[in-house]
Write a new protein. Structure first.
Lengths: 357, 357
């Protein structure tokens, strides 16, 4: 099954603009500071100019999109938390009491919550305009017993994410990805292992707090799920349908939709990066629009990021919450990077003597 | 020579408030997130509660204080930049064109520039209220030829910093330290070596961009300066007078003054941390009020931070500018940490089910 929406979106995703990158680099080289003394902020400035094709990259209008979904695999016992926490946390998000609310507010970003596939009836919240309803199903199937979802559902999840990315691109300059879904480190580790080629054991962590025995069981479940479903590592929709999740498909779509509009995307933690891997398998050029916000405590996160070309994310603060919290936190750094590029004077402008040659 | 101001200030510096720390920890343990899932933000929340003796630590009113001074050691050729850049950069600060202006603005922090000992007549700027005049001298002496300054001048530099810290504590909740002074990685490395016991070679880096030969020369100059002056590692004022700088003394004083008012201080990079080391030798309890904003590219920064008990600073972005830029950047993380402590709901408040025991 193909998707016109996905194919059309792929055709709109271009590499970064090299002339904007060069102009940004030329400006940064002339700033009245020792050579490249603002380090990673300057590197990021070049990226942002390339992404937006603009040497004054707009980043002021910011949003974190939190994609929520449930997972059939929780029936096999992969999380310390009961599955009903997913809808409970959706209510927490709209009441403003979650980590992402606090951190998005600090960063001046709006939060949009999307029901991609929560196992609860949330239509009232959607009717009240408190969440975006893109429900693909009432949670995925247990991928030990077959695919997590049909290919049609995988297409619909990604298309829904694209739609949101397209629509929010009219109102926002900078995206952060976020997730909520009890059990979702399990499909994320499966996706990470399939796409990067790392073993399941290397890719799998303790999630919300498994002990040693539970971790061994989680690894074994993921290995079985991959064995049962045999996802094709070159087909993002196949991987998503076999071992993925609705919210992970939504994140992949959001990234595709944002990239098609030249919008920088701050990728949050382990689950968001699994979504980025799916987007990357669908269209490798999305990588040009990704900014890696932080390194999660989940050990496999490093391998996912490396696969996407990220040597060092912006932050490393032992976060492992998800929800988009790391992305929100890194938005300040993105803004700081643009401030360096656009507000700092050159040696000439500031009448400051340069270094001896 | 003793100083009543310094002795009086030391008596006002207490350890962190343990009951506020415990209350903050108890609250953070109950938040509707997996255990300690916001990692370093949660650790920092406890520190801030302890520093301010308040479980809702005030941090909204923020300032970066940029201490400026010149260095006689530049006559021996330790920097790529000519010494006249120090006053030129003071003008750049007040015109709003420097890195610290851009980053402080992004963080919502005011910038205060202090003439601690710039080798130029800046009285007009002080009269116009654009800078704070605490000039101790027109740059230090070359410490190859004897002490950088008299002990009386060292006392005056630290007292001036204390005065500023005391005065600004009436208007600000959160301090960032900053520096400007061509050549000042040289006295900072000397201070770092004397206080930490690390060799000069381990402590010394390329500053604004020395090549291999120039680096070898810089190391040799610092070794000679320590040999000539024999600073007493247990006497902060002695170290400051022998191999220090006016702005480094100002930073040390600012830290003492802020700590005496229970104000958290974000320590910037290599020079600021040298100032923190002087403050720490004068009064070890200041450590309870320090937050380490970032790890500088200067290799010795790590040893200075470790000596002050910092295993990992908040940021690691290859910065090496100084001016307080890293401190400004980290102010957002401090605010985020307070937002987590004060705005995120507990499991009970949010009606979210907890983990299985």
């Amino acid at each position: 099954m193909s998707s016109n929406v996905i194919e059309r979106t792929k055709k709109k995703i271009f590499p970064q603009d090299s002339s904007a990158r060069e102009l940004a680099k030329a400006r940064l080289d002339q700033l009245a500071v020792p050579p490249w003394a603002l380090g990673d902020l300057m590197d990021l400035g070049i990226e942002l100019a390339g992404m937006t094709a603009n040497i004054k990259p707009p980043v002021a209008r910011k949003t974190v999109v939190v994609m929520a979904g449930d997972h059939g695999i929780t029936k096999s016992g992969v999380s310390k938390f009961p599955a009903e926490v997913t809808p409970q946390m959706v209510y927490n998000f709209i009441n403003g009491g979650a980590g992402i609310n606090a951190l998005a507010k600090q960063a001046g970003a709006d939060v949009h919550v999307v029901d991609m596939g929560v196992n609860a009836d949330l239509r009232k919240l959607a009717e009240e305009g408190k969440i975006i309803n893109k429900k693909v199903g009432l949670g995925t199937n247990n991928f030990l017993e077959g695919p997590a979802m049909s290919r049609a559902m995988a297409v619909r999840a990604v298309e829904s994410g694209i739609e949101i990315g397209e629509k929010l691109s009219e109102r926002y300059d900078l995206f952060g990805t976020g997730d909520m879904g009890i059990g979702n480190t399990t499909p994320s580790a499966a996706i990470g292992s399939v796409v990067t080629g790392k073993s399941v054991a290397e890719m799998t962590g303790r999630g919300t707090g498994l002990d040693d025995e539970q971790l061994v069981k989680k690894i074994s479940i993921i290995e079985q799920g991959i064995e049962v479903n045999k996802p094709n590592k070159r087909d993002g929709l196949d991987i998503l349908s076999k071992v993925g999740g609705f919210e992970i498909g939504g994140i992949a779509g959001l990234i595709l939709g944002a990239a098609a509009n030249r919008k920088p995307v701050l990728v949050d933690g382990f689950i968001s990066t699994a979504g980025a891997l799916i987007a990357y398998v669908i269209e490798p050029f999305v990588r040009d629009y990704l900014i890696f916000s932080h390194r999660s405590v989940e050990p496999g996160h490093r391998y996912m990021q490396e696969h996407l070309g990220c040597k060092k994310p912006l932050l490393d603060l032992n976060l492992r919450l998800g929800e988009g919290t790391g992305a929100a936190l890194a938005m300040n750094i993105v803004e700081a990077s643009v401030a360096v590029l656009t507000e700092v004077a050159t040696f000439q402008e500031a009448s400051v003597a340069g270094a001896d040659k």
